[in-house]
Design a protein around this ligand. Structure first.
Ligand code: ZN
Length: 132
């Protein structure tokens, strides 16, 4: 899982016109160190490689790590002392958590889609069934 490495997350920002320079608290480097990679084609949407939390609308003075903590306090990435030195054991444990989050996310999406279908069906049904 390459994206567990800061260097690889940094690469995802290569084609992005990140609005802040390297000296800003919210630089690309800091965002990548805080666990986020960039979602290609978006303005500044980033996703945590572990908890899959999406964050966007970054501000120059934001601390990416603090934002991560604020929006996803249970993310195990936040317990890592040095994002540049992950042990294999840590990667495996992060990956286990990540898979769980991806699964939950997919299930929530599927449920939402199903609910929309049901609502649509009910609308169609209402329209075409004669009411007495
Ligand atoms: Zn996270």
């Amino acid at each position: 899982m390459a994206l567990y490495m800061v260097k690889e997350r940094l690469k995802t920002f290569e084609n992005c016109k990140w609005p802040f320079d390297d000296k800003a608290p919210c630089s690309v480097q800091k965002v990548a160190e805080a666990g986020f990679y960039y979602v290609n084609g978006t303005e500044d949407t980033t996703v945590c490689v572990v908890c899959q939390k999406e964050l966007e609308g970054w501000e120059e003075g934001d601390s990416p790590l603090k934002e991560h903590q604020k929006h996803s306090p249970d993310c195990p990435f936040l317990t890592i002392a040095d994002p540049y030195k992950l042990s294999l054991r840590q990667v495996i444990s992060l990956e286990t958590y990540a898979l769980e989050c991806i699964k939950k996310r997919k299930m929530a999406n599927t449920k939402e889609k199903m609910m929309k279908n049901v609502e649509h069906l009910l609308e169609v049904f209402d329209k075409h069934m004669p009411t007495k």
